[in-house]
Design a protein around this ligand. Structure first.
Ligand code: ZN
Length: 151
């Protein structure tokens, strides 16, 4: 395993063991539930959007380490961001998870640029090697998208 892969693994474990922004938000915050039947992952995303900005986000749920770590990473990435910024992160994340080829070549400068712009989220890139787990990693993001539509 390369140093970078080692680092990514550490980031995922850290967010799994110490998830950020756990909990619930009272109404009028929106509440959106997501479910990944392939793995049994469940998430509920609470969003408080004011003046076109995610001012607060909380998440509850259970499931595999990838799904829970991804939800924690997602919450950190979007909290305090404008909806425009959030949509940008969302599309970058989806692109990362579906980059051409089975394995992303981390030595390709173009890929490195994309990963750098994603910060800690890049840790989930390794998951794209395992098609079955992609739905675990994207569950939080799909639930967030759905929640944004309801806001
Ligand atoms: Zn899962």
């Amino acid at each position: 395993m390369s140093n970078l892969e080692e680092l990514y693994k550490e980031i995922i474990l850290d967010h799994y063991r110490t998830p950020r922004n756990r909990g619930e938000l009272a109404p009028p915050a929106s509440k959106t539930e997501g479910f990944n039947p392939l793995c049994g992952d469940e998430l509920t995303v609470y969003l408080e959007v004011t003046d076109g900005k995610i001012v607060d986000i909380k998440i509850t749920g259970h499931g595999c380490s990838i799904s829970q770590a991804s939800s924690s990473l997602m919450s950190v990435a979007v909290k305090g961001k404008t909806l425009e910024e959030v949509r940008e992160v969302l599309s970058k994340f989806k692109n990362m998870m579906t980059l051409e080829g089975d394995v992303v070549d981390l030595n390709d400068p173009a890929n490195r640029e994309v990963l750098r712009s994603l910060g800690e989220l890049a840790a989930l890139q390794g998951v794209s090697k395992f098609p079955v787990r992609i739905k675990c990693a994207t569950l939080a993001w799909n639930t967030l998208s759905q929640g944004l539509e309801e806001n």
